[in-house]
Design a protein around this ligand. Structure first.
Ligand SMILES: [Zn+2]
Ligand SMILES: [Zn+2]
Length: 355
């Protein structure tokens, strides 16, 4: 089969002819219908510091966002059948560690990540543990099916627990309008947020345009003077500050912002990843504010998936989600897709299995 293989510890990757995998016991084999490029894939492609430290096993087929059709099931597979359309939970867990046995599988101590630790989806076929294959809602468009993994990050950031009382009728700040921040905006609106205020650098024109398109009530320029930015958020929230603030940018200043712009007693979710340790005035940011803070990684397995499927039932929501896909390319042009993201021309790039 064709696959995009990262063979060398250097920039780039090549399309190669490799052996087609087989579904082993408890596994399914999926033929790709659609894939999309994640920030992680861009890091792997350009071989930045994160990728150099994180990727243990080369050569590897990378990529993890996809949907496709099950074409083979291994022995003992019960919940998925040949012909089912699926996407995947990309956290591959052992099911036996302390976290897995106490309802926190998404932070399994022996977790492997699809397309980072195991062969991924930039290929004609991928094999997956049965538990990771998630059947798509009926009729979901394939290009949206490949967005479920990042949409799950956004959904988990918005809903770190089952209760949505702090969203409905409330003011929410979304710091950072990368693809996952953009996805959080229509999720918040669908859940009844009163106002969604987002921040992004004005120079990120694609992101700013899309933030407005998917429903942000205000898009503030993150490059304005810090105190002015905090004041602008307060002005948008009757002087109170945000009830909930989602840090989705990975910029150190934004981590400070989500606390400084938070109303006392509010909630922060942190999804952004920082290149270096960040300084934060914990006394004033967290303690005296009595703030609730959630760290977000992956998706809750599998409550987040159920929450996503409910959101996807709305046609308006699906239209907003699909507007985040700015480019669709054949996978043979994957280098072009990487470049479009790297040079900030694209939000999400969708790849068709045309080799
Ligand atoms: Zn991803
Ligand atoms: Zn585990």
């Amino acid at each position: 089969m064709h696959a995009v293989v990262k063979r060398n510890r250097a920039e780039g990757a090549g399309i190669e002819d490799v052996a087609k995998p087989k579904a082993a016991k408890g596994e399914v084999l999926v033929e790709m219908t659609s894939t999309s490029i994640c920030g992680t894939d861009v890091h792997i492609w350009y071989w930045n510091h994160w990728a150099q430290n994180r990727l243990k096993r080369l050569p590897i087929i990378f990529g993890h966002e996809f949907c496709g059709k099950v074409v083979e099931v291994g022995p003992e597979v019960k919940s998925v059948s040949v012909g089912d359309m699926v996407s995947a939970e990309t956290h591959i867990v052992d099911g036996t560690c302390y976290q897995c046995r106490t309802g926190r599988m998404h932070i399994c101590r022996n977790m492997k990540i699809l397309g980072v630790d195991t062969d991924g989806v930039f290929a004609e076929y991928v094999r997956l543990p049965e538990m990771n294959a998630r059947k798509l809602p009926k009729g979901l468009e394939p290009n949206l099916g490949s967005l479920l993994e990042p949409m799950g990050n956004a959904t988990f950031t918005v809903l770190p627990h089952d209760c949505m009382d702090d969203i409905k009728g409330k003011n929410v700040l979304v710091a950072g309008c990368g693809p996952i921040g953009l996805m959080a905006i229509p999720i918040l609106k669908a859940l009844g947020a009163k106002k969604v205020i987002s921040t992004e650098l004005a120079s990120e024109e694609v992101r700013v345009r899309l933030a407005k398109k998917v429903g942000a009530d205000a898009v503030l320029d993150a490059s304005m003077k810090y105190d002015d930015l905090v004041s602008a958020i307060k002005a948008e929230t009757e002087g109170n500050g945000a009830d909930v603030a989602l840090e989705m940018s990975g910029a150190p200043q934004a981590l400070n912002l989500v606390f400084d712009a938070l109303t006392p007693g509010g909630r922060v979710s942190i999804l952004g990843l920082y290149a270096d340790p960040v300084t934060l005035d914990v006394n004033n940011a967290v303690t005296f504010k009595s703030a609730t803070v959630y760290g977000i990684t992956g998706r809750r397995m599998f409550q987040t998936w159920d929450q996503m499927y409910k959101l996807l039932a709305s046609e308006d929501f699906r239209a907003k989600l699909s507007s985040i896909i700015t480019h669709t390319l054949p996978i043979r042009d994957i280098a072009k897709g990487m470049e479009l993201i790297h040079t900030r021309q694209a939000a999400k790039v969708s790849l068709k299995p045309e080799w």
